[in-house]
Write a protein that binds this ligand. Structure first.
Ligand code: KG4
Ligand code: ZN
Length: 374
């Protein structure tokens, strides 16, 4: 007579067979990626070698009226959207769950409720189809967007430095292997994208502010207002803390933000209307210069002359232009792969060990940086 544990053991074996002899998943055919760490509900189908079969992103426009992402609202919308987005990703990828070999999902960092929708969905899909699952660090995903194979762009191989600048994070990654990265510098306060969003709000623009501020900046003069660029070495006597900060590869955007606030408050309503584009252009230029300054210093200090960028702010035209002037061998993913998406999560999963059923059922999401590879 069959023992009650037999079916479960058989299921485990099937799942392990799918894992294959190698701990890595490079040989796998199809990865279904899921990303719900913030306000985009994303699913993608990526093939071995980083070929993107589909990449569906549903951006939750509902947050615009609140001027920022409301976590509880984001979770509820992920719940409403996730099945539709998954179905679309499979359909556009010309496949179905029966053909998928591996499920990849963002485990963190991000909004915990939002992450849990993606993680629970991924667990349910993987368990019901006896598939292995790979939990992915969102920031590793942004790095791994550079491993995707596109018609117009070959995958970029380590070693390289990678500037990740998004709404929640800003860091310089030292990428020596595809499955991990070291952190050379990170932001001490706001993320670059957050600075764009807050600046846009001060200038009366909508949310998310980055693209709107970039559009307005195109009509302005970036030299019109002088804003502080943190990290730039100051004159002697500028202060010990500033000098010490200038010697790191860390970022800080709180000062630029405060400076914009002061400039805005010093103007009358009419003056502000007349100078909005100049303010936007000067503010954008200061943020971009602060980012590029650290990238230049990191390239010099590391001796690595290969550079990639990622995260929503990497969609910014001025940043894309300025990094191209650094003289490094540059890899710039298309804008849609810089902002949040699930193809990058699947790309990271191709480089990581998978968990077999039922081991992944007990894993949890995390809001902070606990999974970060050292
Ligand atoms: O990577 P992402 O899509 O989500 C997070 O992981 O946070 O990044 C979103 C951030 C937002 O702050 C948004 O304003 C910013 O990226 N962003 C931009 C641009 N497009 C998106 N910032 C500047 N210029 C852009 N064109
Ligand atoms: Zn992101």
């Amino acid at each position: 007579m069959a023992h009650p544990g037999d079916a479960r053991r058989d299921a485990c074996r099937r799942s392990e067979r799918r894992l294959g002899v190698s701990a890595r998943n490079a040989e796998r055919r199809l990865v279904l990626g899921i990303e719900t760490s913030c306000d985009d509900t994303c699913a993608a189908v990526v093939q071995s070698g980083g070929v993107v079969r589909s990449n569906v992103v549903s951006s939750q426009l509902v947050h615009e009226r609140f001027g920022g992402v409301v976590p509880e609202v984001a979770s509820r919308h992920h719940l409403e959207l996730i099945n539709l987005v998954l179905a679309r990703a499979l359909e556009e990828g010309a496949t179905d769950l029966g053909e998928v070999d591996l499920v990849a999902v963002t485990r963190g960092p991000g909004l915990i409720g939002a992450l849990l929708v993606g993680l629970s969905t991924a667990k349910a899909l993987a368990a019901s189809h006896m598939l292995p699952l790979v939990p992915v660090d969102h920031l590793h995903g942004h790095v791994a967007a550079n491993f995707l194979a596109l018609a117009e762009l070959e995958p970029f191989d380590p070693p390289f430095l990678c500037l990740i600048a998004s709404g929640g994070h800003t860091l310089l990654a030292d990428v020596r292997e595809r499955d991990r990265f070291g952190v050379l510098g990170t932001t001490l306060d706001d993320a670059a994208g957050e600075a764009f969003d807050k600046g846009a709000r001060m200038l009366g623009l909508g949310f998310p502010g980055g693209p709107a501020l970039e559009r307005l900046a195109q009509e302005g003069d970036e030299h019109a207002f002088e804003l502080p660029v943190p990290g730039r070495r100051k004159r002697p006597g500028a202060g010990v803390a500033r000098e010490a900060f200038a010697r790191t590869l860390d970022f800080s955007f709180a000062g630029i933000k405060t400076a914009l606030w002061q400039r805005v408050n010093a103007l009358s309503d009419d003056e502000l209307q007349a100078r909005r584009a100049d303010l936007a252009a000067s503010y954008q230029a200061a943020i971009v210069e602060a980012l590029v300054l650290r990238v230049r210093q990191a390239l010099e200090a590391s001796g690595i002359d290969r550079l990639a960028i990622g995260g929503g702010v990497a969609a910014n035209g001025l940043l894309r232009e300025r990094v191209s002037e650094l003289g490094a061998t540059l890899h710039v993913p298309p804008r849609a792969l810089c902002t949040d998406n699930a193809a990058m999560i699947a790309a990271a999963a191709l480089e990581l060990p998978a968990l077999a059923y039922p081991d992944y059922l007990s894993i949890d999401a995390f809001a902070g940086a606990e999974l970060r590879a050292a």
